[in-house]
Write a new protein. Structure first.
Length: 324
């Protein structure tokens, strides 16, 4: 049974408590034990899940999340790109979810449904610990056998328009909802979070947020553009790329960070979904990597050089450093 954290004593512990609470909800959904998640929410909690609808109240939200649990099936819910910001007794979080739902097939294969989406959650600290006050999830993409999630609404009907998105980055992103910069984090955490800010700003078409991830004289080299020089060119070209691909998602994990004074390097491993087998379902396999150099500028870490390397890589090939 999932356990929910209680009182916290320091800012560092607050980040941990919020993270553990969010993880506990997903562990419960992954295992099918959604009856235990009600305690994670405030009595007046609101939730909006793009493929399921909305709900209010702790019991209503827990009941809604039952439709993201699939007892008897192979279920993997992987949370990546997490970012938490805390402002006194309030907290805000963003994260990506990579999901696999299916059944084991012959010869070690999996008859699977894959999907990805992004979250925004807000929290309130109470006498019993942190609790979720608002939860929003937007499904970004899906692939595979839809029969595994027959209760989800995945497509608009003929002649109907797309529903309004449940997350608007310019209003909901935690970088905007709480004061910046955030105290109580290590320099390695702050460096890794530049990648998370970059990915969120690009994927949510929040280009003013994306621009904060680069120095004015940054250089970058990425497929399909080749070398780019200066923040204006980098953000401008990425804006063109994103506008043509509305379901873009840059899920990343296993950041390798090295900090030396006001300079840092970071290796980032991009998760590119593929149809898994039983052997590869939990394997740390990545579809590309980034190499970046960063500089501390007016108290904020930013990329001054970034290069993208497509190609499959396993975790065993990753470099050494402070892994996040």
């Amino acid at each position: 049974m999932a356990a929910f954290p209680n009182d916290v004593e320091s800012t560092a512990a607050d980040y941990s408590a919020v993270s553990l609470l969010f993880s506990a909800v997903h562990t419960a959904m992954e295992s099918g034990e959604t009856h235990v998640v009600e305690d994670a929410f405030l009595p007046h909690t609101q939730a909006a899940i793009s493929q399921l609808g909305s709900a209010s109240g702790a019991n209503g939200v827990a009941s809604l999340l039952q439709h993201m649990a699939f007892p008897g099936k192979l279920v993997r819910y992987r949370i990546v790109n997490p970012y938490i910001a805390i402002d006194n007794d309030r907290a805000s979080q963003s994260a990506y979810l990579l999901g696999t739902v299916g059944t084991e097939a012959t010869n070690g294969g999996i008859d699977a449904f894959l999907f990805g989406g992004h979250y925004v959650a807000t929290y309130q600290q109470t006498a019993a610990g942190w609790r979720i006050a608002d939860l929003r999830f937007q499904l970004d993409w899906n692939h595979g056998d839809r029969r595994h999630v027959s209760g989800w609404t995945l497509d608009k009907g003929p002649g109907r328009t797309n529903p309004s998105p449940v997350i608007v980055s310019e209003l909901d992103a935690p970088w905007r909802a709480t004061r910046q910069p955030q105290p109580g984090k290590t320099e390695a955490q702050l460096v890794a979070e530049v990648c998370i800010r970059y990915a969120w700003g690009l994927d949510q078409a929040d280009f003013s947020l994306l621009a904060t991830a680069f120095t004015d004289n940054a250089v970058a080299e990425m497929v399909p553009f080749g070398p780019m020089s200066g923040r204006r060119e980098i953000v401008g070209r990425l804006k063109d790329l994103r506008n043509g691909q509305p379901y873009m998602q840059h899920a990343a994990s296993d950041f390798v960070v090295n900090v030396r004074g006001d300079r840092a390097t970071m290796q980032i491993h991009r998760i590119v979904p593929f149809m898994p087998t039983m052997e590869t379902l939990d394997a740390p396999i990545f579809g590309a990597r980034y190499e970046g150099r960063l500089r501390l500028e007016d108290g904020v870490w930013k990329f001054e050089w970034l290069q993208y390397f497509p190609g499959w890589i396993s975790l065993a090939e990753a470099g050494e450093g402070d892994r996040r």
